[in-house]
Structures are given as C-alpha cells and as structure tokens.
Design a protein around this ligand. Structure first.
Ligand SMILES: Cc1ncc(COP(=O)(O)O)c(C=O)c1O
Length: 485
C-alpha cells in the first residue's frame, strides 16, 4: 500500500497563503476559491499527491472560516477528481482520472483559445519542415528492405550530428553519437545507465523541471549549486563537486534554462578535471546551444576540455527546430554509446526511421532555419523586455543573450500566487518553485519569449493587472456567520 502522509490544518493554511484574496475570485463564492487554491497547489507540485487533507473542522479552524465552506470546497474537489474520501479514513489528494503520476512535468496545453501559454519555452515548427518531410518520405525507400531497428540511431543522422560537433571544434565520429527521442529521453537513458537508485546528483538551482522529474524517478539524492545573478560561482561549484562527490552532475552550460546564462570559458576549462577527480560523470545539456542571440559566440563545448571521457553531452532539435520531431542525442565515448543503446532496447528499442530522415533533411537546412529562429527570438525577447520595463518596472532581470526565456526577480515572494491568479486571466505561468528542488524560488518567475510579440505584450499587461490586484484586494468579508459548535 502507498504511504499516505497527512497535512495538518495549520500547514495547509500556510501553503494556501492569501487564497481568499486572489484577483478575479470575488466573482466566485468562497468554497470555489478555496477549492481552486487547493487545485493550484496540487498542480504546482507544492501539495503532493496521495496526501491526506485535514478534517473539515480542523481546516475551518485554521482558516477561520465556516465548516460549511470547507465541506463545499472538499465536495467540489471530489467532483473534479482532485480529492478522494472514504468514511472513517479521511480525504486524500488525487488527480482526475485516478492518475497517480507526480505533477512535476505535467504541462497540458491550454484549451482556452484566449489563453496565453507562458508555461513552456518551445516554438512552432519552422516553415521548412513540410519540404524536409517530403524529401524524407522519398528517402524512406532506401530503408524499407531492412527491419528498421537502429538502437543507436540511423547512420545518416548520427553522421550529421557528429559533423555538427566537429564543426564546433570538437572532433566527433558517428560511433560517439546515439540518437534519442528528444533530450529528455537522452537524459533519462543516461541516468538509467549511470545513476543507481539513491545516488547523489548535483544540479543547478534553478534548473529544468523535467530533469528534476527524471532524477526523482531514479530516486537520486539531489545536491544543488545555486546560480546567482551572474550565473555559476566557479569556486562554490568546484567546492561542491569536491565535497559531495556526486555520482553525476547535470548542468546546462549553454543558455541555461531558465536563467539564460552562458558558462564562461574559465569554468569550462576547470570542470572536467574536477569532476574526474571526484569520480563524477558530468552531463552537459546543450538544448539551447544553437540559439545564441545578438551575435554572441558560445565558447567551445564543455566536452572539448574533457581528457577522461567524463563529459556526456546531450542535445537535440526541439529548440532550434521543433519539439514535435522528438529527436535528441547523446555524445559520449563509443563504448558508452553502445551501453546506452543496450539500455534503450529495454525501453523503446529505437527511434522511428521516418522521423530521423526528416531530421537529416532539416539539418541540411540549418543555415536558413537557425538564423531565422534567432532573428524571431530577438524580436520576441525585445518585445517582452519592453513590455516588462513599461508595465512591471520593479521586476529585475538580465536581458538573456540566448535561449528562449527570461528569469525575472519579482518584487516579492509571490510567484505561485501570481501563477494561480494569472490562470483566471488566461495566462499560464511556470512559477519559480517549479525550477527548484526544494520549493524555494518564490521570488522568481520564468518568462519564455517563444510567442509572437503581441501575445507577449498582452500577457505582460495581464500579469501587471494580476500583480497589482494581489496587493490590493481587501481581505474578504465572510458571508456566513461564524459557527460555534
Ligand atoms: C534544458 C532542457 N533540457 C531538455 C529539454 C527537453 O527537450 P526535448 O523536448 O528534446 O525532450 C528541454 C525542453 O524544454 C530543456 O529546456
């Protein structure tokens, strides 16, 4: 049986914070606002699944509201599938449909047409995709006489990816490349191969939330290196590697998601030797390396300073091309690639041949697709920056020189409250705590600039309204009389 933990009334009250003062909720009754706030905590990952909620009376007392309101809120949560109750056993948190998956990493698209989704940093497909797909269909005939299984990837695509590394100054052969179904898959495979359950793993904080989800699935013990306004602190990071001797370090040196930082060359030179001395393997996530903006030239890849095959590089096509392709890769020593391919056979066997052929044809168009993406991102970033400076001048941020998102420091620890309230105005946000391992980062918000300038400007206008309301909405006057029982 699953372990069920209990959240006490006072704890839930603290988590709920100013639930009654969220903008837009004056239109809805108290019980609906309370149910909405609990749902918000659940989808944020701040309230875990399978947790027993306090008894109605206890929560009513902790929130100083009537038990009737709590009963009605619990009833609504049961109706929406977020709560399951059994007489005598209490009520515990669930997800609709009975799923017991963690909420980390669940990013359903908005079905509201007026909604603006700032939850994900991903762009639509490039215009060149259909032509690349047509050519790929024609190429397919060359493969039809084989079985179609290539656990390490289609030779043509491995060649093309290896050539890309070689062009960046890191000589690479096709045997050092394994093709995966996206970067997330690449990370998951590497963790399966290299991280036994319970091993210590070092990550940046903030970091990419779905990497945390993968690490949680491996039951890794997380150690963190906090990024400051200027990015990595070399001495602290190297010190953390020496002291914690993690089994693996997962870092995002190229236009880090969410902060946009680019790791300086001095740290790149020192890290591979440091991890080698600590017995640590280093995964460098290069998802955004192609998306340098303003003519910035990223320094040589981390792996080019690696003398001991300690650095595994993961990257892919989702950010510069299209996430829907599901094409990623690992660059590692050839024997490691073979072991990864063996792990993959027990998982999904191989990536689809046709999709890999599309990837080959798209990579041939890199010189048109990638510069167009960069130009588009510069326009979108500039629109976001201008809107923020005009509408939310108290928020502080460094203008990112690459990648797709801006990491804003807010004027208070309101990120989750803001995200919950923004949903009412049709803006989906990924609040700061989603990017941390420990529920902190409430003063931060990731704002991707993956949408057209006018959508970004409108989203910031709505955010400014929400932010203003958070401070200004008076405490509610309860409609029910206080119950004395
Ligand atoms: C840093 C980072 N790594 C990995 C991924 C996952 O990429 P993919 O869609 O290729 O699995 C993302 C996507 O947002 C990312 O930002």
């Amino acid at each position: 049986m699953a372990l069920v933990s209990t959240v006490r009334g006072a704890q839930l009250a603290r988590l709920l914070g100013q639930w009654h003062a969220l903008p837009g909720r004056r239109r809805s009754p108290d019980y609906a606002a309370l149910a909405g706030a609990v749902r918000g905590l659940l989808t944020d990952g701040r309230l875990a699944l399978g947790v027993r909620l306090p008894a109605e009376r206890e929560l009513a007392q902790a929130l100083a509201i009537s038990r009737t309101t709590v009963s009605a809120a619990y009833r609504e949560l049961r109706a929406s599938g977020h709560l399951t109750s059994r007489r005598g056993a209490g009520s515990w948190t669930t997800l609709p449909g009975g799923h017991r998956v963690g909420s980390h990493g669940l990013w359903a698209p908005l079905d509201d047409l007026d909604g603006i989704d700032l939850g994900s940093a991903a762009m639509p497909a490039p215009a060149e995709l259909p032509a690349a797909a047509e050519e790929a269909v024609a190429d397919l005939s060359r493969y039809l006489s084989g079985a179609g299984y290539h656990p390490a990837g289609l030779p043509d695509l491995r060649d093309a990816v290896a050539a890309g590394f070689t062009r960046r100054g890191l000589p690479t052969s096709a045997e050092q490349i394994m093709i995966t179904s996206g970067v997330q898959h690449a990370l998951d495979l590497v963790l399966r191969l290299l991280v036994p359950a319970g091993s210590p793993v070092l990550v940046e904080t903030p970091t990419y939330p779905n990497a945390l989800a993968s690490l949680a699935a491996r039951r890794a013990r997380i150690a963190t290196h906090g990024l400051g306004r200027a990015g990595w602190d070399a001495e602290l990071l190297l010190g953390a590697v020496r002291q914690t001797r993690p089994r693996l370090a997962y870092l995002i040196p190229e236009f880090h998601n969410p902060t946009g930082h680019l790791m300086p060359v001095g740290l790149r030179e020192r890290l591979p030797a440091a991890v080698h001395s600590a017995g640590t393997d280093l995964v460098a996530d290069e998802s955004f390396v192609d998306l340098a903006l303003d003519g910035v030239a990223p320094p040589p890849p981390l792996a080019s300073y690696d003398r001991h095959s300690r650095v595994l590089t993961i990257g892919g096509m989702s950010k510069p091309y299209w996430g829907g392709l599901r094409i990623g890769w690992v660059r590692a020593a050839a024997p490691v690639v073979q072991r990864l391919a063996a792990v993959r056979v027990g998982m999904d066997m191989s990536s689809p041949v046709l999709d890999q052929l599309v990837a080959v044809r798209l990579l041939e168009r890199a010189d048109t697709v990638v510069p167009a993406r960069r130009a588009q991102l510069v326009r979108q970033r500039d629109a976001l920056v201008a809107a923020l400076r005009a509408e939310l001048p108290e928020w502080r941020f460094a203008v990112p020189r690459g990648g797709m998102s801006l990491w804003a420091e807010l004027d208070g620890p309101v990120s989750s409250a803001l995200a919950r309230a923004a949903e009412d105005l049709g803006v989906r946000l990924a609040p700061g705590p989603r990017f941390g391992a420990d529920g902190t980062l409430e003063r931060f918000l990731r704002l991707p600039f993956a949408l057209p300038p006018e959508d970004l400007a409108e989203a910031v206008r709505r955010l400014a309204a929400v932010r203003y309301d958070l401070d200004r909405v008076p405490r509610p006057r309860w409609s029910e009389p206080a119950m004395i029982a």
